[in-house]
Design a protein around this ligand. Structure first.
Ligand SMILES: [Zn+2]
Length: 338
Protein backbone atom coordinates (compact mmCIF):
# COMPACT_ATOMS: atom_id res chain seq x y z
CA UNK A 1 0.00 0.00 0.00
CA UNK A 2 1.37 3.33 -0.98
CA UNK A 3 0.90 6.18 1.32
CA UNK A 4 -0.63 9.09 -0.43
CA UNK A 5 0.55 12.40 0.83
CA UNK A 6 -2.10 14.57 2.29
CA UNK A 7 -2.90 17.19 -0.30
CA UNK A 8 -4.40 20.41 0.83
CA UNK A 9 -7.39 20.72 -1.40
CA UNK A 10 -8.86 24.05 -2.33
CA UNK A 11 -12.42 23.70 -1.17
CA UNK A 12 -14.78 24.14 -4.10
CA UNK A 13 -17.35 26.64 -2.99
CA UNK A 14 -19.91 27.67 -5.58
CA UNK A 15 -20.70 31.37 -5.44
CA UNK A 16 -23.84 32.06 -3.48
CA UNK A 17 -26.71 33.28 -5.57
CA UNK A 18 -29.42 35.85 -5.15
CA UNK A 19 -32.36 36.00 -7.51
CA UNK A 20 -34.95 38.75 -7.26
CA UNK A 21 -38.13 39.54 -9.13
CA UNK A 22 -38.99 43.19 -8.52
CA UNK A 23 -42.52 44.21 -9.41
CA UNK A 24 -44.54 47.34 -8.72
CA UNK A 25 -46.23 45.82 -5.68
CA UNK A 26 -44.15 42.82 -4.59
CA UNK A 27 -40.49 41.90 -4.58
CA UNK A 28 -39.66 38.19 -4.41
CA UNK A 29 -36.22 37.10 -3.29
CA UNK A 30 -34.52 33.73 -3.29
CA UNK A 31 -31.04 33.06 -1.93
CA UNK A 32 -29.37 29.77 -2.78
CA UNK A 33 -31.00 28.57 -5.98
CA UNK A 34 -34.16 26.95 -7.24
CA UNK A 35 -34.78 24.71 -4.23
CA UNK A 36 -34.56 27.47 -1.63
CA UNK A 37 -37.65 29.16 -0.20
CA UNK A 38 -38.93 32.40 -1.72
CA UNK A 39 -39.30 35.49 0.44
CA UNK A 40 -41.97 37.98 -0.59
CA UNK A 41 -41.78 41.61 0.51
CA UNK A 42 -43.66 44.76 -0.43
CA UNK A 43 -41.65 46.63 -3.05
CA UNK A 44 -40.31 49.97 -1.85
CA UNK A 45 -42.15 52.10 -4.37
CA UNK A 46 -44.71 54.79 -5.04
CA UNK A 47 -47.57 52.28 -5.00
CA UNK A 48 -46.77 51.04 -1.49
CA UNK A 49 -45.28 54.22 -0.01
CA UNK A 50 -46.82 57.22 -1.77
CA UNK A 51 -45.32 59.63 0.80
CA UNK A 52 -41.67 58.96 0.03
CA UNK A 53 -39.63 60.80 -2.56
CA UNK A 54 -38.26 59.05 -5.66
CA UNK A 55 -34.70 59.47 -4.31
CA UNK A 56 -35.71 57.83 -1.01
CA UNK A 57 -37.54 55.00 -2.77
CA UNK A 58 -34.54 54.27 -4.97
CA UNK A 59 -32.29 54.30 -1.91
CA UNK A 60 -34.71 51.87 -0.20
CA UNK A 61 -34.59 49.56 -3.25
CA UNK A 62 -30.79 49.54 -3.34
CA UNK A 63 -30.71 48.88 0.43
CA UNK A 64 -33.20 46.01 0.19
CA UNK A 65 -31.29 44.24 -2.59
CA UNK A 66 -27.87 44.84 -1.03
CA UNK A 67 -29.01 43.47 2.35
CA UNK A 68 -30.33 40.34 0.64
CA UNK A 69 -27.13 39.52 -1.29
CA UNK A 70 -24.72 37.09 0.41
CA UNK A 71 -21.01 38.01 0.35
CA UNK A 72 -19.51 37.57 -3.13
CA UNK A 73 -22.86 36.48 -4.58
CA UNK A 74 -23.93 36.30 -8.17
CA UNK A 75 -27.16 38.30 -8.23
CA UNK A 76 -29.70 38.12 -11.05
CA UNK A 77 -32.55 40.61 -10.92
CA UNK A 78 -35.73 40.62 -12.94
CA UNK A 79 -37.13 44.14 -12.96
CA UNK A 80 -40.66 45.12 -13.97
CA UNK A 81 -39.73 48.13 -16.11
CA UNK A 82 -38.12 48.92 -19.44
CA UNK A 83 -34.41 48.36 -18.88
CA UNK A 84 -31.27 49.01 -20.87
CA UNK A 85 -30.05 45.41 -20.92
CA UNK A 86 -26.54 46.56 -21.79
CA UNK A 87 -26.06 48.64 -18.64
CA UNK A 88 -28.84 47.92 -16.15
CA UNK A 89 -30.28 51.42 -16.45
CA UNK A 90 -33.99 51.57 -15.68
CA UNK A 91 -35.90 53.80 -18.10
CA UNK A 92 -38.77 54.44 -15.72
CA UNK A 93 -41.28 52.51 -13.68
CA UNK A 94 -44.56 54.23 -12.85
CA UNK A 95 -45.60 51.79 -10.05
CA UNK A 96 -42.21 52.16 -8.32
CA UNK A 97 -41.23 55.73 -9.00
CA UNK A 98 -44.29 57.45 -10.42
CA UNK A 99 -44.03 59.64 -13.51
CA UNK A 100 -40.30 60.21 -12.89
CA UNK A 101 -38.86 59.57 -16.34
CA UNK A 102 -35.16 60.36 -15.96
CA UNK A 103 -33.26 57.09 -16.53
CA UNK A 104 -31.77 55.62 -13.34
CA UNK A 105 -28.66 53.45 -13.45
CA UNK A 106 -29.75 50.97 -10.78
CA UNK A 107 -26.99 48.48 -11.63
CA UNK A 108 -24.32 51.15 -11.06
CA UNK A 109 -25.85 52.09 -7.69
CA UNK A 110 -25.87 48.42 -6.64
CA UNK A 111 -22.25 47.94 -7.74
CA UNK A 112 -21.15 51.04 -5.84
CA UNK A 113 -22.78 49.81 -2.64
CA UNK A 114 -21.82 46.13 -2.97
CA UNK A 115 -18.83 45.78 -5.31
CA UNK A 116 -18.27 42.20 -4.07
CA UNK A 117 -21.51 41.09 -5.75
CA UNK A 118 -21.89 40.42 -9.48
CA UNK A 119 -25.09 42.25 -10.37
CA UNK A 120 -27.08 41.46 -13.52
CA UNK A 121 -30.37 43.14 -14.31
CA UNK A 122 -32.89 42.17 -16.94
CA UNK A 123 -36.43 43.21 -17.67
CA UNK A 124 -39.12 40.85 -16.33
CA UNK A 125 -40.28 39.93 -19.85
CA UNK A 126 -36.74 38.86 -20.72
CA UNK A 127 -36.65 36.76 -17.54
CA UNK A 128 -40.06 35.28 -18.39
CA UNK A 129 -38.81 34.41 -21.89
CA UNK A 130 -35.78 32.60 -20.39
CA UNK A 131 -38.12 30.54 -18.21
CA UNK A 132 -40.64 29.91 -21.00
CA UNK A 133 -37.91 28.83 -23.43
CA UNK A 134 -36.38 26.42 -20.89
CA UNK A 135 -39.74 24.70 -20.49
CA UNK A 136 -41.10 24.78 -24.04
CA UNK A 137 -38.38 24.97 -26.71
CA UNK A 138 -38.24 21.84 -28.84
CA UNK A 139 -35.61 20.35 -31.12
CA UNK A 140 -35.68 22.50 -34.23
CA UNK A 141 -37.06 25.62 -32.55
CA UNK A 142 -35.29 28.51 -34.25
CA UNK A 143 -36.70 31.65 -32.71
CA UNK A 144 -38.82 31.75 -29.60
CA UNK A 145 -40.79 34.61 -28.08
CA UNK A 146 -42.81 35.56 -25.04
CA UNK A 147 -45.60 38.12 -25.12
CA UNK A 148 -47.07 39.50 -21.92
CA UNK A 149 -50.45 41.24 -21.91
CA UNK A 150 -51.02 42.65 -18.49
CA UNK A 151 -51.06 46.20 -17.05
CA UNK A 152 -48.66 46.78 -19.96
CA UNK A 153 -47.72 44.88 -23.11
CA UNK A 154 -44.27 43.74 -24.17
CA UNK A 155 -42.68 41.08 -26.33
CA UNK A 156 -39.23 39.52 -26.26
CA UNK A 157 -37.86 37.29 -29.04
CA UNK A 158 -34.70 35.18 -28.81
CA UNK A 159 -32.64 33.17 -31.23
CA UNK A 160 -32.83 29.86 -29.38
CA UNK A 161 -29.87 28.03 -30.95
CA UNK A 162 -27.43 30.82 -30.27
CA UNK A 163 -29.01 31.91 -26.98
CA UNK A 164 -29.09 35.36 -28.48
CA UNK A 165 -31.45 38.23 -27.59
CA UNK A 166 -30.76 41.17 -29.89
CA UNK A 167 -31.33 44.61 -28.42
CA UNK A 168 -31.08 48.09 -29.91
CA UNK A 169 -28.53 50.76 -29.06
CA UNK A 170 -30.55 51.66 -25.95
CA UNK A 171 -30.52 48.03 -24.79
CA UNK A 172 -34.21 47.55 -25.61
CA UNK A 173 -36.22 45.09 -27.64
CA UNK A 174 -39.94 44.51 -28.13
CA UNK A 175 -41.51 47.32 -26.09
CA UNK A 176 -44.45 47.02 -28.46
CA UNK A 177 -47.10 48.26 -26.03
CA UNK A 178 -46.05 51.80 -26.92
CA UNK A 179 -46.37 51.45 -30.67
CA UNK A 180 -49.44 52.72 -32.52
CA UNK A 181 -52.18 50.08 -32.42
CA UNK A 182 -52.95 48.42 -35.76
CA UNK A 183 -56.71 48.45 -36.12
CA UNK A 184 -59.01 48.31 -39.11
CA UNK A 185 -62.40 49.88 -39.39
CA UNK A 186 -63.54 52.96 -37.60
CA UNK A 187 -64.78 52.33 -34.09
CA UNK A 188 -65.22 55.76 -32.44
CA UNK A 189 -65.18 54.32 -28.91
CA UNK A 190 -61.81 52.73 -29.55
CA UNK A 191 -60.04 55.68 -31.11
CA UNK A 192 -57.80 58.06 -29.18
CA UNK A 193 -57.74 56.02 -25.97
CA UNK A 194 -54.98 57.30 -23.68
CA UNK A 195 -51.93 55.16 -22.92
CA UNK A 196 -50.12 55.04 -19.57
CA UNK A 197 -47.17 56.74 -21.31
CA UNK A 198 -49.35 59.73 -22.13
CA UNK A 199 -49.79 59.22 -25.89
CA UNK A 200 -53.10 58.17 -27.43
CA UNK A 201 -53.81 55.14 -29.60
CA UNK A 202 -51.01 52.83 -28.53
CA UNK A 203 -51.36 49.05 -28.51
CA UNK A 204 -51.46 49.17 -24.70
CA UNK A 205 -54.16 51.89 -24.81
CA UNK A 206 -56.57 49.29 -26.18
CA UNK A 207 -55.27 45.81 -25.39
CA UNK A 208 -53.70 46.06 -21.90
CA UNK A 209 -55.76 45.48 -18.76
CA UNK A 210 -56.31 49.22 -18.16
CA UNK A 211 -56.97 49.69 -21.90
CA UNK A 212 -59.71 47.07 -21.93
CA UNK A 213 -61.23 48.69 -18.82
CA UNK A 214 -61.30 52.13 -20.48
CA UNK A 215 -62.85 50.72 -23.64
CA UNK A 216 -65.50 48.91 -21.57
CA UNK A 217 -66.44 52.26 -20.03
CA UNK A 218 -66.60 53.97 -23.42
CA UNK A 219 -68.83 51.20 -24.73
CA UNK A 220 -71.09 51.80 -21.71
CA UNK A 221 -70.67 48.21 -20.48
CA UNK A 222 -69.35 48.48 -16.94
CA UNK A 223 -67.18 50.72 -14.74
CA UNK A 224 -63.50 49.96 -15.35
CA UNK A 225 -62.93 48.91 -11.74
CA UNK A 226 -65.67 46.28 -12.03
CA UNK A 227 -64.40 44.84 -15.31
CA UNK A 228 -62.11 42.07 -13.97
CA UNK A 229 -64.99 40.60 -12.00
CA UNK A 230 -67.60 41.14 -14.72
CA UNK A 231 -65.90 40.17 -17.97
CA UNK A 232 -65.12 36.45 -17.45
CA UNK A 233 -68.70 35.76 -16.35
CA UNK A 234 -70.21 37.91 -19.08
CA UNK A 235 -68.14 36.09 -21.72
CA UNK A 236 -69.15 32.72 -20.30
CA UNK A 237 -72.80 33.83 -20.52
CA UNK A 238 -72.38 34.98 -24.13
CA UNK A 239 -73.11 38.66 -23.35
CA UNK A 240 -72.99 40.41 -26.77
CA UNK A 241 -71.30 43.56 -25.36
CA UNK A 242 -68.61 41.46 -23.70
CA UNK A 243 -68.03 39.58 -26.96
CA UNK A 244 -67.71 42.86 -28.85
CA UNK A 245 -65.28 44.24 -26.25
CA UNK A 246 -63.07 41.15 -26.52
CA UNK A 247 -63.14 41.31 -30.32
CA UNK A 248 -62.06 44.99 -30.32
CA UNK A 249 -59.25 44.43 -27.79
CA UNK A 250 -57.86 41.32 -29.44
CA UNK A 251 -57.77 42.82 -32.95
CA UNK A 252 -54.59 44.90 -32.55
CA UNK A 253 -52.87 41.92 -30.89
CA UNK A 254 -53.84 39.66 -33.80
CA UNK A 255 -52.59 42.25 -36.28
CA UNK A 256 -49.31 42.56 -34.40
CA UNK A 257 -48.84 38.77 -34.55
CA UNK A 258 -49.61 38.72 -38.30
CA UNK A 259 -46.92 41.36 -38.78
CA UNK A 260 -44.49 39.48 -36.57
CA UNK A 261 -44.86 36.23 -38.53
CA UNK A 262 -44.69 38.13 -41.82
CA UNK A 263 -41.35 39.70 -40.83
CA UNK A 264 -39.92 36.71 -38.96
CA UNK A 265 -41.03 33.42 -40.53
CA UNK A 266 -38.62 31.53 -38.25
CA UNK A 267 -40.44 32.57 -35.09
CA UNK A 268 -41.47 28.98 -34.32
CA UNK A 269 -42.88 29.32 -30.85
CA UNK A 270 -44.59 32.13 -28.94
CA UNK A 271 -45.72 32.02 -25.33
CA UNK A 272 -48.54 34.33 -24.25
CA UNK A 273 -49.04 35.23 -20.62
CA UNK A 274 -49.74 38.09 -18.25
CA UNK A 275 -52.84 39.01 -16.28
CA UNK A 276 -55.17 39.58 -19.26
CA UNK A 277 -54.33 36.31 -21.01
CA UNK A 278 -54.34 34.31 -17.77
CA UNK A 279 -57.40 36.02 -16.29
CA UNK A 280 -59.63 35.61 -19.35
CA UNK A 281 -58.25 32.18 -20.22
CA UNK A 282 -59.96 30.12 -22.91
CA UNK A 283 -62.24 32.85 -24.35
CA UNK A 284 -59.22 35.08 -24.99
CA UNK A 285 -57.26 32.26 -26.64
CA UNK A 286 -60.27 31.28 -28.76
CA UNK A 287 -60.89 34.85 -29.93
CA UNK A 288 -57.24 35.34 -30.88
CA UNK A 289 -57.19 32.04 -32.79
CA UNK A 290 -60.49 32.91 -34.50
CA UNK A 291 -59.14 36.25 -35.74
CA UNK A 292 -55.82 34.75 -36.86
CA UNK A 293 -57.65 32.06 -38.83
CA UNK A 294 -59.26 34.72 -41.04
CA UNK A 295 -57.29 35.56 -44.20
CA UNK A 296 -56.60 39.27 -44.65
CA UNK A 297 -54.71 39.23 -47.98
CA UNK A 298 -52.48 37.07 -50.17
CA UNK A 299 -49.68 37.89 -47.71
CA UNK A 300 -51.71 36.54 -44.83
CA UNK A 301 -53.87 33.63 -45.93
CA UNK A 302 -55.07 32.84 -42.40
CA UNK A 303 -53.66 30.26 -40.07
CA UNK A 304 -55.41 26.95 -39.47
CA UNK A 305 -55.94 25.41 -36.06
CA UNK A 306 -53.03 22.95 -36.34
CA UNK A 307 -50.58 25.70 -37.42
CA UNK A 308 -51.63 27.89 -34.50
CA UNK A 309 -51.62 25.02 -32.00
CA UNK A 310 -48.04 24.27 -33.02
CA UNK A 311 -46.84 27.83 -32.44
CA UNK A 312 -48.90 29.54 -29.76
CA UNK A 313 -48.70 28.49 -26.13
CA UNK A 314 -51.22 30.15 -23.81
CA UNK A 315 -49.57 30.09 -20.40
CA UNK A 316 -51.75 29.61 -17.33
CA UNK A 317 -51.20 31.42 -14.03
CA UNK A 318 -47.86 30.56 -12.45
CA UNK A 319 -46.49 28.50 -15.35
CA UNK A 320 -43.93 31.11 -16.38
CA UNK A 321 -41.94 32.55 -13.49
CA UNK A 322 -39.71 35.61 -13.84
CA UNK A 323 -37.85 34.70 -10.61
CA UNK A 324 -36.92 31.30 -12.06
CA UNK A 325 -36.12 33.07 -15.31
CA UNK A 326 -33.74 35.41 -13.48
CA UNK A 327 -31.98 32.33 -12.11
CA UNK A 328 -31.71 30.95 -15.64
CA UNK A 329 -30.58 34.22 -17.22
CA UNK A 330 -26.86 33.74 -16.59
CA UNK A 331 -26.48 31.46 -19.61
CA UNK A 332 -28.18 34.09 -21.77
CA UNK A 333 -26.22 37.14 -20.67
CA UNK A 334 -23.34 36.83 -23.15
CA UNK A 335 -25.98 36.76 -25.88
CA UNK A 336 -27.85 39.94 -24.96
CA UNK A 337 -26.16 42.10 -27.53
CA UNK A 338 -26.78 45.17 -29.67
ZN1 LIG B 1 -47.80 54.19 -24.68
Amino acid sequence: MIDTPAVARTPHVAAATLAADVGGTWTRLRVGGAQAPVERLRSPGRLNQPGRSVAELREDMVGLLCRAAPPGARAALSFGAAIDHLTGTVYGSAPLWGPEDAPYDLAAALRRRRPDVTWNLVNDVTAALADFAAGHARPGTRRIGYLTISSGIALRVADWDRKHIPVDDRGLQGEIGHLPAMVTGSVPERSGLPCACGAPGHLASIASGPGIARLAERLGLVAGSELPAWLPEALAAGHPGARRLLELCVEPVANMLRTLWCLDPHLDLLGLGGGVVEGLGAPYAEELRRQLAAPTSYADRGRDAAWLADRLVFCGPGTVDALRGAERIGEWLPGIVP
